[in-house]
Design a protein around this ligand. Structure first.
Ligand code: GAP
Length: 513
């Protein structure tokens, strides 16, 4: 099945099974804004819990905060967002559609990558076992030509971005003969900068309302609380402050479901370090964050790093952790070495001294910062995409199953009486009443057992517990495992231990040590 079709199916599945709904759907929706349904919110909360506990429980020098969304407008002047938080946009005069100029060029680069990959795949098939991919890429004339073209475009594009050269971006679009996907024409406007922050007003107009911004990142709430936390928590460098919260960006191109939203959630951690030690900590967090992802067991090959060519206005090193979505490898998390830019700027704009006295060095300095920043929604999407499978079963049967990492699953177990009589519902309820204090537990008695299993598979429930007549005699139940569909007979008194082993977030945390 084409990857586009797979993605469409995942989006439809997310709606059908109460994971994600279009916001304001009964009013025809609001672009790039989504609501999480009854299963979505549980999955999202589990992702947040895994992140929060991995930061605050496993690191004794990381504490959390929850800062307000509204902040003093000067914060965004100091941080550079008022002047530099822009995307280059371009319009097609015929379709009247607006695009991000950088995204159009990135898509062109991706086309070269696809062509190269196609050539390599053909050769791999042709040469079989003896195929040497590296050698082939270096020597095959068709591939070397494609690689050279791709690299030249990449260098030109990086330079234009770094120089903030909007004319050059437009020229690249023209030279590469990039067409509007809607009109099919190359009738492009100039490239303009567009600030992504939403504005609103605080206070009544009669009082002279103040223009405030909806935060485009949670990080600034951490920076402006650096002194509060350091002093009240008696924190010693190196230490970190973690936060989970909403962020807002007026994205020009809203596409790919919850991948690029206008209202989304971030999990950010700012780690304050001694100047000069930032690269060592950058490497530490780069490695640690990838381990966090891999511990979920969604496939190590689905991740890769992407080091940045164009650095944000505050960074001296940056890398993305990318995940293989059905529409290609995409950024899920950013790890940035933000220097002392933010704290210095807030010191300058607020007039307050923001320094750390280092007792070991006997000197004061402005700490440097390593940031880890992951989007909850993108993480959610990566989990959903990697879990979705349409399976052909023996006997021509089919099922759709979400192989969610068990600790993230919205429902951990479903208790199903085989029939709605003979005391089986009562026995099943007893089991629910025992398990519900520790696990999200569903009780279902409607439809055949097969249909009930399918419904639980579709929302990724790791265990189904079937209560039958034998249960009444010897206290055992059938425990069905989601992925293997294997059924074993176990004592009901053992359920808590067996389920807990597989679904607890602690088991994930232990992998991280
Ligand atoms: N504080 C740094 C910062 O905000 P970023 O790379 O712009 O860095 C960090 O964003 C993460 O936030 C991204 O890796 C992505 O997961 C998520 N994110 C950013 N923009 C988003 C959007 N429009 N919709 C959903 N998630 C987004």
């Amino acid at each position: 099945m084409a990857q586009d079709d797979v993605f469409k199916k995942i989006v439809a599945h997310a709606k059908e099974y109460g994971f994600v709904f279009q916001s304001s759907e009964i009013y025809d929706g609001l672009a790039a804004v989504y609501d999480y349904g009854q299963n979505g919110v549980e999955l999202k909360n589990n992702i947040k819990r895994y992140w929060w506990e991995s930061m605050t429980l496993l690191h004794e020098n990381i504490v959390g905060i929850d800062s307000a969304i509204f902040m003093h407008p000067t914060i965004w002047k100091a941080s550079g967002h008022v002047d530099a938080f822009n995307d280059p946009l371009i319009d097609n005069r015929d379709s009247k559609k607006r695009y991000r100029a950088d995204v159009l060029i990135e898509e062109q680069l991706a086309k070269f990558d696809e062509k190269i990959e196609k050539e390599v795949a053909k050769a791999r098939k042709r040469f079989g076992e003896s195929f040497d991919e590296e050698l082939y890429k270096k020597t095959n004339p068709r591939v070397t030509e494609l690689v050279a073209k791709r690299d030249a475009l990449h260098d030109r594009f990086s330079k234009a971005l770094n120089d903030n050269n909007l004319d050059e971006l437009r020229q690249i679009i023209l030279d590469e003969e990039i067409v509007c996907p809607i009109s099919g024409t190359r009738n492009w406007t100039e490239v303009r900068q567009f600030n992504l922050m939403f504005k609103t007003e605080m206070g009544s107009t009669a009082d002279g309302a103040m223009t405030v911004f909806l935060r485009p990142e949670t990080a600034q709430g951490i920076f402006v609380n650096y002194l509060n936390v350091q002093k009240t928590g008696r924190m010693r460098i190196p230490f970190g402050i973690a936060q989970i919260g909403k962020a807002f960006r007026n994205e020009i191109v809203a596409r790919q479901f919850i991948f690029r939203m206008r209202e989304f959630e971030q999990m950010e951690m700012q780690f304050f370090v001694r100047p000069g030690s930032e690269m060592e900590w950058f490497r530490y967090w780069k490695e640690w964050r990838l381990r966090w992802h891999k511990a979920l067991g969604m496939g190590d090959e689905k991740y890769r790093y992407h080091d940045h060519d164009k650095l944000a206005h505050y960074a001296n090193a940056a890398t993305d952790i990318e995940f293989e979505m059905p529409f290609g490898f995409k950024e899920v998390e950013g790890i940035h070495s933000r220097t002392n830019f933010d704290l210095s700027q807030h010191e300058k704009f607020s007039g307050k001294k923001i320094q750390y006295f280092d007792p070991e060095l006997n000197e004061s300095y402005t700490p440097y910062v390593i940031e880890t920043s992951i989007g909850v929604d993108r993480m959610f999407l990566s989990v959903l995409c990697s879990s979705y499978e349409e399976q052909e079963l023996e006997g021509g049967d089919k099922r759709v199953v979400l192989h969610l990492p068990a600790p993230l699953a919205p429902v951990k177990c479903a208790v199903l009486p085989l029939v709605k009589k003979d005391g089986l519902p009562e026995a099943a309820r007893e089991i629910v009443n025992d398990l519900k204090f520790d696990f999200t537990t569903h009780y279902e008695e409607k439809d055949t057992i097969g249909k009930r299993y399918r419904r639980q598979d579709a929302i990724g429930t790791p265990f189904c517990i079937t209560v039958d007549h034998q249960t009444l005699e010897d206290g055992t139940v059938t425990l069905r495992e989601r992925d293997s569909m294997e059924q074993t007979r176990v004592a009901a008194s053992e359920l808590h231990r067996i389920i807990s082993q597989k679904v607890s977030i602690n088991s994930l945390l232990r992998k991280l040590g």
